[in-house]
Structure formats: structure tokens, C-alpha cells
Design a protein around this ligand. Structure first.
Ligand SMILES: [Zn+2]
Length: 408
């Protein structure tokens, strides 16, 4: 038998973008990503899209107001999340559930039955969730960071659980319906189908379950403040916790690889060479705001200033000189390992929503990784490391009265 060459197809069905990525595996994942979330909120509506997400999850008639139970009984994994600039819903399972999954996902995002009963029940769940967030170790630090790093009100308050707890009491069904009608449109909603399926079958199903409609795209925001700032947050803690954020304009295809490379370089410097930290986290966020680099670590107060000096020096060095090739090769191999083991392909395909470009299959992605170079990593660092746009927030017992002038 001849094996058909797989490729990723991007279609428009009734105005909705659908990414179809068939793959020779034994499962199927259907995901939808809606371009909304905290970015489209204000001080008085902060948290509305999160509650809407909880209520929409149960908005399909066959579930009888409890879709978590419905999917549990059918052996599928279902979940939803609300983020900075997007709301995600997904169901994953075995291919015999495909038709139900497609019907469910298409319905809950385009024509959900939003029930008053579910809203009251889910308000309680969201209140528990927000209370847990308020109890988190970086709660105050993250909020201080967001206030300085972002410009839109909704993003400044996206982790402000205290404000959202206050708002949630006042949210009503007409408000949820209005938010749904305004933000869930063919321009903002995108679907991803990944795994074991036939493209014509899915195309036919989606054509019958997606409604016809007209809409206008939401206007774009500039998310970042591009201001340099050093912020202190008091917390009675034996360590200093630090967040360092750099906004960027480019969406880098090699994002995952560069995260690993930079983490390795900073770990080698701060932990192995100088024994200043236990670990360090590097995250390259990408969404409708384009991208940002956030570095996150904890250290003892007595080495805090030295750690910043060493960190800034190493970051600057990466913008000027080429890194050791062996580090890049090692992390390329690690990415390939991830592509073979636990990479979330459906999440990768959902990034098409904010970054329109060719979408690749697993073998193509592996080839792309092998083609990246130490020169392209330096270009990435050159764009990211701009201290005049950097927000640094730290939390601990002592205020060090930091000033950017200390790090010239
Ligand atoms: Zn939630």
C-alpha cells in the first residue's frame, strides 16, 4: 500500500479558519482558540471571559448542563483555559468519538446554550480558583510586573484575583451573552483538528455544524509599555524572587529552541559557574501581543545585586558574540526528543491564530530545528535584550532601592 504524504491544510469554513493536521497516530484532538480573554476587559469587567469560558463549556444540549461528566463517561479529555489574548477549549480522545467532539466544540463556541443555573454553579468554582491564585507565592510580584509591563487595562489586571473576585459577583447572564456575541466571531475563532482523521470527513462535519455569519475583526492593541522600570514588592520571605521582562516585535519560529538554549546558558553561568541560584526559568511568551521574554529566578538577598550584574552581563554578551555551538546542538537534540515524545502539536497548530505562516508536520518541524544556527540565536538576543524597555520586579524582605544606573 502506498502511504499518502501528510501535510497541514488551512481552510475557511463559513468564514472560520480551520487548521487540519492529519497525523498517523491513534488519537484525535480538536481545539478551538478564540482571540479574546483578559486583553478585551476593563477594571469593571476583569474576569468576565474566564466566567464565560466556564459557562460555555457546559453549553451543549446533550451534556444536560454537565459536559465534564459527559466527556468523562466517554473517555475523552476536555478542558478550557482563559489567557492574556486567547480562550482555548479542547477535547482529546480516541477517533471513534470524532463526530461528537466536532459537534461539541463547534457548538460551544458559536451557538452555546448559556444557562443561568450553570452560571451560578460556576461562579462558585471561579471564586475557589481565584482564591487559590491569591494565595500563590508570586501573586503580588506578578501583579506589580503586569502593571508596568503592559498598557491595556485588561492585561494589567489579568492576574488581579482580588479585583476579579469583586467583579464576579456583579456579572449577569446578559453581560455574558453580550461578551460572547461581541467577541466570539468567525474573525476571532479558529479551529484545529490534529491526529487520526480524514480531511473530507472533518470538512463535511464542520460545514454542517458551523453557522454562517458576518463579523468585523477586533482592532489590534499595542500591549507593551516599552518602559524601563525597577519595582519592589514587600514580602516576608528568606529569598528574593525576581521577574525580568523584555517585550519584542517579532514572532520567532524557533521560540521553543531558543528558550532551551537561553535557559542552559543562564544556568551554566548563574548556577554552575557562580553558584548564585538554584535554578532559573526562561519563557518566551507568544500571543496576539507578539512576543516577550521573561526570566524568572530566586536567590538569597546577600547575592541579589551580584546575581543581577552577572545576569545582565551574560545577556549582553549573547547579543554581541556567538554562543558555543555544542550548546545549540545539544538543545536541538532535546527539541527533537520533545517532538518525538511529549510535544503538544494541537497547541502548536493553534498558534496560527496570531502568527499566520506555514504550519509543519512533525518531520518538517524536526528539519526546521536542525537548520537553526548560532547566528540566528544571536539575532534573537539582539532583538530581545533592550534594557531601555525592560521591566524588573523583585519581591523580598528588603528594598534594595534599585536603579538602572547601578547596572551601566
Ligand atoms: Zn477557570
Amino acid at each position: 500500500m502506498k502511504t499518502r504524504k501528510q501535510s497541514v491544510q488551512i481552510k475557511k469554513i463559513h468564514g472560520y479558519t480551520v487548521v487540519l493536521a492529519p497525523c498517523p497516530i491513534d488519537t484525535i484532538a480538536v481545539r478551538t482558540v478564540v482571540h479574546t480573554g483578559f486583553i478585551h476587559e476593563t477594571m469593571t469587567t476583569s474576569g468576565i471571559h474566564h466566567l464565560l469560558e466556564h459557562v460555555s463549556v457546559d453549553g451543549w444540549k446533550p451534556c444536560k448542563l454537565n459536559c465534564i461528566q459527559y466527556w468523562n463517561k466517554r473517555g475523552c479529555v476536555m478542558n478550557a483555559t482563559t489567557g492574556n489574548t486567547e480562550v482555548n477549549y479542547f477535547v482529546k480522545g480516541l477517533p471513534d468519538m470524532t463526530e461528537d467532539i466536532i459537534r461539541y466544540i463547534s457548538t460551544i463556541v458559536t451557538t452555546p446554550r448559556l444557562s443561568e443555573e450553570v452560571m451560578h454553579r460556576e461562579k462558585k468554582a471561579v471564586i475557589s480558583e481565584l482564591s487559590m491564585i491569591m494565595n500563590g507565592p508570586k501573586y503580588a510580584l506578578t501583579n506589580a510586573f503586569n502593571q508596568s509591563f503592559y498598557v491595556p487595562e485588561g492585561l494589567q489586571h489579568m492576574d488581579d484575583a482580588k479585583l476579579q473576585l469583586k467583579n464576579i459577583e456583579a456579572l449577569t447572564m446578559p453581560m455574558l451573552k453580550e461578551a460572547h456575541q461581541r467577541m466570539y466571531t468567525p474573525e476571532t475563532v479558529m479551529f484545529v483538528v490534529y491526529g487520526n482523521f480524514s480531511v473530507p470527513v472533518i470538512t463535511k462535519l464542520m460545514t454542517s455544524y458551523l453557522p454562517m455569519s458576518n463579523s468585523v475583526p477586533p482592532y489590534p492593541f499595542d500591549c507593551f509599555s516599552y518602559q524601563k522600570e525597577m519595582l519592589y514588592v514587600h514580602k516576608d520571605s528568606p529569598t528574593v524572587t525576581v521577574l525580568v521582562g523584555f517585550p519584542m516585535k517579532t514572532l520567532w519560529n524557533e521560540r521553543g529552541l531558543y528558550e532551551h538554549v537561553l535557559r542552559t546558558l543562564l544556568f551554566d553561568e548563574l548556577r554552575t559557574k557562580h553558584s548564585l541560584v538554584y535554578g532559573i526559568t526562561v519563557t518566551i511568551h507568544q500571543d496576539h501581543c507578539s512576543s516577550s521574554l521573561v526570566i524568572d529566578f530566586e536567590c538569597l538577598p546577600e547575592v541579589f545585586i551580584k546575581t543581577l550584574h552577572v545576569l545582565f552581563h551574560r545577556l549582553m554578551e549573547c547579543t554581541r558574540t556567538l554562543i558555543d555551538k555544542e550548546i545549540l546542538i545539544g538543545q536541538q537534540q532535546k527539541m527533537i526528543y520533545l517532538y518525538h515524545t511529549k510535544y503538544d502539536y494541537d497547541i502548536y497548530y493553534s498558534t496560527y491564530a496570531y502568527h499566520k505562516r506555514s504550519m509543519y508536520t512533525k518531520p518538517q518541524l524536526i528539519r526546521k530545528i536542525q537548520e537553526s544556527t548560532v547566528q540566528s540565536f544571536r539575532s534573537f538576543m539582539k532583538e530581545a535584550i533592550v534594557f531601555s524597555q525592560c521591566t524588573l520586579a523583585y519581591q523580598g524582605k528588603k528594598n534594595f532601592h534599585l536603579d538602572w544606573k547601578m547596572f551601566k
